[in-house]
Ligand binder design. Structure first.
Ligand SMILES: *Cc1c(COP(=O)(O)O)cnc(C)c1O
Length: 368
């Protein structure tokens, strides 16, 4: 029986990637070493790093005036690293102000962290609707001259995703748009040039935990607050080509294999089409019955993370037990939301979503 893993993260990886990593575990390409055992400054690892950087840039079409940084600490550390690097921009009076759009658990965490370093203006929030929608761009109350504007473009826990790229330039005196893309990076094409900074932890859609990807426009480097730790200073990391401190070498290697796998799948545009089809299959079924419910407005449903509820929540345990018996793993919802959640990242094949929908139907037939 095939196993399908719907974990929100760390999450499913392509089987081909895991098989290649297993085959190369003891001896990477005749080097006599495991990637884990290599000096990060040796020519073997340097070639792995360079290929991963090249492939990521090509997959997402990263323009030449952006740096790609491989860091550590995950998106939660980056929530602090963003203000530490951007609040000092343009000789702003301190403490400077940054704008946040609150669309769920992860943006709430980001803005709370930013409050430790400066003023935070919550320019829009969907908290009152229990994060069932993205506040319309026209409703945002942006500051005149914020250091930056922050969004979480896919809320992993709440299941909302921006289906548009916000244009903020005119209102904000040219402040950069900063996006936490942890849980949908490389799942869809984005126009990188519309962003100042894109960041994300790797463990949702890219590879193992321990690696954080940061894409930052070059003019945003070099403005860090004096208190910013060196290892978290984007300019220092960029000047040292992500080798200021020892990078998470094995996680970078696996991410690189995932990038090559993505290219073999036809790249991000082909993957996006598959993700649209997978999400439609699941949402269409959930919409077709009263036995299950979704709470998210149809124009901002996440293609990656699908929270849903049984109308009769007394059946939750039986649902999860039955799912596990069918090889459908980790469907329990986040504790703050309850119910169920199916995360259907790039590495989840269409067959996995088909198996889930078949189980949803079968369970409803038995218990409905
Ligand atoms: C998972 C996640 C995080 C947290 O990542 P860590 O690696 O635990 O720091 C932050 N933001 C989003 C959108 C996430 O999905």
């Amino acid at each position: 029986m095939p196993i399908y893993n719907f974990s929100a993260g760390p999450a499913v990886l392509p089987k081909e990637v895991l098989q290649q990593a297993a085959a190369e575990m003891l001896d990477w390409q005749g080097s006599g070493m495991s990637v884990m055992e290599m000096s990060h400054r040796g020519k073997e690892f340097m070639s792995i790093l360079a290929a991963a950087q090249y492939d990521f840039r090509e997959l997402l079409g990263v323009p030449d005036n952006y740096k790609l940084l491989f860091m550590q600490g995950g998106a939660i550390a980056e929530n602090a690293i963003v203000p530490l690097n951007l609040l000092g921009r343009n000789g702003r009076a301190q403490p400077a102000t940054s704008d946040y759009i609150n669309t769920g658990s992860w943006s709430t965490k980001s803005l709370k962290e930013a409050r430790r370093y400066g003023n935070v203006n919550v320019a829009a929030s969907s908290e009152e609707s229990h994060y069932a929608q993205i506040p319309a761009r026209e409703s945002w109350q942006l500051s005149k001259d914020p250091a930056y504007v922050h969004i979480c473009s896919n809320e992993t826990i709440d299941g909302v995703e921006y289906q548009f790229t916000p244009d903020i330039g005119v209102d904000t005196n040219g402040a950069p748009l900063v996006a936490d893309m942890s849980s949908h990076i490389l799942s869809r094409m984005v126009d990188v040039s519309k962003y100042g900074v894109i960041y994300g932890g790797a463990q949702k859609n890219i590879g193992p935990a321990g690696l954080t990807l940061v894409v930052v426009r070059e003019d945003l480097l070099g403005h860090a607050l004096p208190a910013c730790p060196s290892a978290f200073n984007w300019k220092i990391v960029a000047d040292n080509d992500s080798m200021y401190n020892t990078p998470p070498t094995y996680a970078i290697y696996i991410a690189g294999l995932v990038f090559q796998w993505l290219k073999r799948q036809g790249g991000v545009t082909a993957m996006e089409q598959r993700n649209i089809a997978k999400a439609a299959l699941l949402y269409d079924y959930l919409d077709s019955t009263d036995f299950y419910r979704t709470k998210i407005a149809s124009n901002c449903r996440s293609r990656m993370n699908v929270p849903f509820f049984l109308a009769n929540e007394a059946l939750n345990e039986a649902f999860l037990t039955g799912a596990k018996e069918q090889g459908l793993l980790q469907l329990k919802g986040h504790k703050s939301v309850g119910g169920m959640r199916a995360s259907i990242y790039n590495a989840m094949p269409l067959e996995g979503v088909q198996a889930l929908v078949a189980y949803l139907k079968e369970f409803e037939k038995q218990r409905g």
